[in-house]
Ligand binder design. Structure first.
Ligand code: NAG
Ligand code: NAG
Ligand code: NAG
Ligand code: NAG
Length: 266
């Protein structure tokens, strides 16, 4: 029993070597360090822009829509940089005009209700549209939107037909990690492939809602996927305890879910 088991392992190892297969190569995902992109103003808004090394040959872009902590949060910039290392031009508009939510939203003086009321679709859709318009001005027409928490909803809106963005001028594929406040209408309005990564523990997307979203995605008739990551809570796509192997795995896997989604469906 033991020798044959080892033989099987040996054969498997040789096969991997022969194909140099990078199974779960997560080296492009940065958890720590210094962001490599820069802030530029376009179409009236600041945007964090990060480019792949082979910039000349870039034909696909990622519109990165942040959580309430904005492009000011280092982890958001680092994750945007990770998409650039995967080969995409990345544009992350400043969704909160320089004043995102504080790192700890429970600090006195910060009113979440007021913040969300003053950053609804009326305020945010035009900023998202400005990011898409900037990407299109570079001649890039294959655009995926990736959104986290707050931004997840706007990724769906960017890929749907509920905004003033003309049909065909939005984004072509959508990924959202633990989207908050995502409505049924926004899912039904989607015009292309859509993928969702969900946390196991998320008051804004409990198990019953996950089931509803999966069935709404199926109802769109478009390509879709929905993944739940064990051992995670809301926010894991961006902010995790990287010394916890389950959380680190989930963040990396959700990134790869998005990067593969855009590589294949854009
Ligand atoms: C860009 O693509 C062309 C054609 O596929 C290739 O010959 C060239 O080496 C690429 N350049 C870079 C910088 O990757
Ligand atoms: C937050 O603002 C809303 C109105 O925007 C108000 O009704 C509510 O009482 C405020 N909450 C706190 C804790 O101040
Ligand atoms: C928006 O898209 C949905 C789904 O493709 C479709 O049923 C609906 O008619 C569209 N609405 C408009 C205004 O184009
Ligand atoms: C991070 O995860 C490690 C390993 O599970 C744990 O020991 C540590 O207490 C966690 N840190 C925080 C701040 O939760």
């Amino acid at each position: 029993m033991l020798p044959s088991f080892l033989t099987i392992l040996g054969v498997a190892a040789t096969t991997v070597l022969a194909h140099n297969c990078p199974v779960a190569d997560t080296s492009i995902v940065a958890h720590l360090g210094t962001p490599t992109g820069k802030i530029e103003a376009h179409n009236g808004y600041n945007m964090y822009i990060t480019k792949p090394e082979m910039e000349m040959n870039t034909t696909k872009a990622v519109l990165y829509l942040t959580d309430v902590f904005g492009i000011q949060l280092t982890q958001n910039k680092l994750l945007a940089d990770s998409f650039a290392r995967a080969g995409f031009l990345v544009v992350a508009p400043d969704l909160f005009n320089g004043t995102p939510a504080p790192g700890d939203i429970n600090v006195p003086g910060f009113n979440t209700t007021t913040f969300l009321n003053t950053h609804g679709p009326k305020q945010t859709d035009p900023i998202v549209a400005a990011g898409i318009a900037y990407i299109r001005s570079l001649g890039i027409t294959k655009i995926g939107a990736t959104g986290y928490c707050y931004g997840g909803r706007y990724a769906f809106r960017a890929g749907g037909n509920l905004t003033s963005i003309p049909t065909g001028q939005g984004v072509n594929a959508v990924f959202a990690a633990h989207p908050s406040m995502l409505t049924d209408e926004e899912i039904k309005a989607i015009q292309g492939p859509a993928s969702v990564a969900a946390a196991e523990t998320d008051a804004m997307m409990p198990a019953a809602r996950r089931t509803e979203i999966t069935s709404l995605l199926q109802g769109t008739g478009k390509e879709y996927s929905f993944a739940v990551y064990g051992g995670t809570s809301h926010g894991f796509g961006v902010r995790v305890n990287v010394t916890d192997p389950r959380q680190k795995f989930a963040k990396e896997e959700a990134f790869l879910q998005a990067a593969r989604w855009f590589t294949v469906w854009l």
